[in-house]
Design a protein around this ligand. Structure first.
Ligand code: SME
Length: 137
């Protein structure tokens, strides 16, 4: 097994743990920036299958975070005009950028079927998760 594959396996385990332990985390995935292309690529996830394996910078919530380097909490996805729908069940979303050596290299993306569930506790917790994840990359 390659280093890349074993890292992907561990990221998958992180997704699984998060989804299993937080009732309102219904889809959990990691996107990473593609080398020399202005796009994000889905590395691994748990939850409903998605068609959005590739997301151009600037597009959707994920694409905006690729550029802004800021957390993006969406209490109501219907109220967003720059949003990419993955499933009709999704009501809210949180995207937290992942930094390695100070550089925004990707993000954790979580969808919820619950309206407005995310608080600052989720932001602090997921920032911590991303910091830990960055250590194994
Ligand atoms: N909703 C995201 C697209 C990715 S799916 O949630 C898996 C967005 O607007 O960027």
């Amino acid at each position: 097994e390659s280093k890349e594959q074993s890292v992907t396996d561990r990221l998958y385990e992180v997704c699984k743990l998060l989804k299993e332990n937080v009732t309102y985390y219904d889809w959990v995935g990691f996107y990473f920036k593609n080398e020399d292309k202005e796009e994000l690529k889905l590395r691994t996830y748990v939850g409903e299958k998605t068609d959005h394996e590739i997301i151009p910078f600037g597009k959707g919530i994920c694409g905006q975070v690729a550029i802004s380097n800021e957390n993006f909490v969406v209490p109501d996805v219907q109220a967003q005009d720059n949003y990419i729908a993955c499933s009709i069940n999704v009501k809210s979303e949180i995207v937290i950028p992942l930094f390695k050596n100070g550089e925004n290299i990707g993000q954790i993306d979580i969808d919820s079927d619950t309206a407005d569930p995310f608080t600052e506790k989720d932001e602090r917790f997921l920032e911590f998760v991303n910091q830990e994840v960055a250590k194994i990359l």
